[in-house]
Design a protein around this ligand. Structure first.
Ligand code: ADP
Length: 633
């Protein structure tokens, strides 16, 4: 086949521009990225060859890094799995991850420093080649096939593909260095001792030999001979004792092992020698992955047995809510050729998983206690995961108990994060329940009509601003034996003596206005279950509350957004009997039947109550007309 010219997918090209021109200030990292890819390709070949005898590994796995002064190139080659033509197109020509567009939009708006963090979450491995090269050639042959393909690009929007020859499987990447990287001014990537230093710095733990050629002379006059040396130590970090490992070494390890851009926030290095022996080296990244809550996010830990890599993304260790935890488990008690199916049933995996989960929650608890700022940073990134953990543990009291003390919420006190324990601690003696309110953000909750009285009484309200919050609290039901009480539910009332007194008065008024309330309900129709008076409003005329048990209005919105419009909240309209509007309703009502002004006022009040809750009335134009009419009457 002749040379075929192809275009990068549009997003890929944009990303490439960003990578090359603005983001990576650290030019060296291209080497780490390409060596990681080579190492992954060797892993894949070894794993495949366990089940596919055709693939039985014929040669020792190795990675070669060859700087060449004559051609001003660096070549990185591996004898790993290689790629087919189609794989080259889809792996190297496109970025097929969800959230790409969002990501690019965010990137464009962010500052250089923030951009670095963002790109790290995304990972652009191979493209980092274009930081140092103005032309990249990739020659690859997939194991178990005969044909090889050569991909060439200058990173400017197009690439070429052509068939070519290659003796054996694997991938060769040739970087034609930009002139500025071939002199001794700043970087000289043609200097093999410089490259050796970089390999040691970034890729020492790679578990395959990274080899380089060195010229050696027996004495100054002798002809040089070429000696091949393995540059990396290959000793897995996790086999060393914790006290010997520096934070920098851990950071470097996670970056290279997990293709992370930035050092992790928290590290867990656990060794156990009980019924099951294992070592785990886990981390919590600084930032949540773009697609953490999308179905294409691949959670899971790497699995090793006796330091030999077995599989990636093993989901059976940790519960789904800990999907953000990354790292590896190495256990001699797991066989080398274990399949994913067997793994699911493995008792050892369950034992290890439970211990790890406990360990992680314990360490998070410690962080919350000892380093509140750091915990809040963690919470901003991953709090949602823990809340989902509670939500998914309906019948699992143990998980709920493990998680409930780790939850943070903003409250009406000062907008700062608070644990449930801290909230309960501050509750006045007379307050029996934990008050909470849902809304799209703190500001919209603060404006709820129900908040006025609470504010006046100095009562604190937990803000539920994440759609998952209400579901989480519904599952918990109580904390420290105190019930949660949404202030926008029908059964909400304040417990103190004064409130109870006011309530008794309002109940009296309600008794003498039963007809009025019934006629208001009839005017509004079946959208509301009931119309009643409330003692919880101060200056507002109306509010909408929802029935106990069923979904709330915010839940209804969440369901609707997920295309589940069947879940409807039961609405109850509450009126403030001390408001002028109530007087007006009374007066109009007294005029007798078929009074359209009365009906318009009722339906308009209902529409306004919806608006307060952030719900668009069914017919906004009709509402506008009625309000205009009322204004000019
Ligand atoms: P990532 O490694 O984060 O997936 P990259 O851009 O580095 O992203 O690589 C994209 C894909 O190209 C890899 O997932 C892999 O499938 C393929 N690839 C890259 N380098 C190699 C290689 N040396 N051998 C085989 N496949 C490779």
């Amino acid at each position: 086949m002749s040379v075929e010219k192809m275009q990068f997918q549009a997003e890929t090209k944009r990303l490439l521009d960003l990578v090359v021109n603005s983001i990576y200030t650290n030019k060296e990292i291209f080497l780490r990225e390409l060596i990681s890819n080579a190492s992954d390709a060797l892993d894949k070949l070894r794993i495949e060859s366990l089940t596919n005898t055709e693939l039985a590994q014929d040669e020792e796995p190795e990675i070669f890094v060859i700087p060449d002064i004559d051609t001003k190139t660096i070549t990185i080659s591996d004898n790993g799995i290689g790629m087919t033509r189609d794989e080259v197109i889809s792996n190297i020509g496109t970025i097929a991850k969800s959230g790409t567009k969002d990501f690019l939009d965010k990137l464009r708006e962010s500052t250089a420093a923030a951009a670095q963090e963002l790109i790290g979450q995304f990972g652009v491995g191979f493209y980092s080649a274009f930081i140092v090269a103005d032309k990249v050639e990739l020659i690859t042959r997939k194991a178990d096939t005969d044909s090889a393909v050569k991909w060439t690009s200058d990173g400017a929007g197009e690439y070429e593909l052509e068939d070519c020859d290659k003796d054996s499987h694997g991938t060769i990447i040739v970087l034609h260095l930009k002139p500025e990287f071939t002199t001794d001014n700043e970087y000289n990537f043609l200097d093999r001792y410089e490259i050796e230093r970089l390999v040691k710095k970034y890729s020492d733990f790679v578990r395959y030999p990274i080899k380089m050629n060195f010229e050696v002379r027996d004495n100054a006059d002798a002809e040089p001979t070429i000696e091949i040396r393995t540059v990396n130590s290959m000793k897995p970090l996790w086999t060393r004792s914790k006290s010997e490992i520096t934070r920098e070494e851990y950071d470097e390890f996670f970056k290279q092992q997990l293709h992370e851009w930035e050092p992790p926030q928290e590290i867990f290095h656990v060794k156990a020698e009980g019924t099951v022996e294992y070592t785990a080296l886990l981390c919590i990244p600084k930032h949540a992955a773009q697609n953490l809550y999308y179905s294409d996010y691949e959670a899971g830990l790497q699995l090793y047995s006796r330091h030999v890599f077995i599989m990636d993304k093993c989901k059976d260790f940790l519960p789904d809510y800990l999907r953000f935890v990354k790292g590896l488990v190495d256990s001699p008690d797991l066989p080398l050729n274990i399949s994913r199916e067997l793994l699911q049933q493995s008792v050892e995996v369950k034992v290890i998983g439970r211990a790890l989960e406990k360990n992680i929650l314990k360490q998070l608890g410690k962080l919350l206690h000892d380093e509140r700022d750091k915990y809040e940073e963690f919470w901003r990134e991953f709090g949602k995961s823990l809340k989902i953990g509670v939500y998914n543990s309906m019948f699992d009291k143990k998980t709920q108990d493990g998680l409930k003390d780790l939850l943070l919420f903003q409250t009406s006190r000062d907008g700062k994060f608070s644990t449930l324990a801290e909230y309960v601690e501050r509750m006045p003696e007379s307050q029996k329940k934990i008050y909470c309110a849902a809304g799209k953000d703190a500001a919209s909750i603060e404006r709820l009509p129900q908040m006025e009285l609470l504010r006046e009484r100095g009562l604190e309200v937990i803000y539920m601003t994440d759609p998952v919050d209400e579901f989480t609290i519904d599952i918990l039901r109580t904390y420290a034996e105190k019930e949660f009480q949404s202030i926008t539910r029908e059964n909400f009332e304040l417990d103190d003596a004064e409130s109870q007194k006011v309530k008794a008065e309002v109940d009296e008024i309600a008794k003498s206005h039963e007809d009025l309330l019934k006629d208001i309900k009839d005017a509004i129709g079946d959208n509301v279950k009931e119309v009643r008076l409330t003692s919880q409003l101060k200056s507002s005329a109306v509010c909408l509350v929802t029935g106990e048990g069923g979904p709330s209005l915010t839940m209804e919105k969440t369901f609707a957004a997920m295309n589940n419009p069947m879940f409807k909240a039961t609405q109850i309209l509450e009126l403030n009997p001390n408001h002028a509007v109530f007087k007006k309703l009374e007066n109009l009502h007294a005029l007798g039947k078929d009074n359209s002004e009365f009906e318009d006022l009722c339906t308009t009040l209902y529409s306004l109550a919806l608006l307060i809750e952030g719900v668009m009335p069914a017919d906004p134009v009709e509402l506008a007309n009625k309000v205009t009419a009322l204004l000019t009457r």
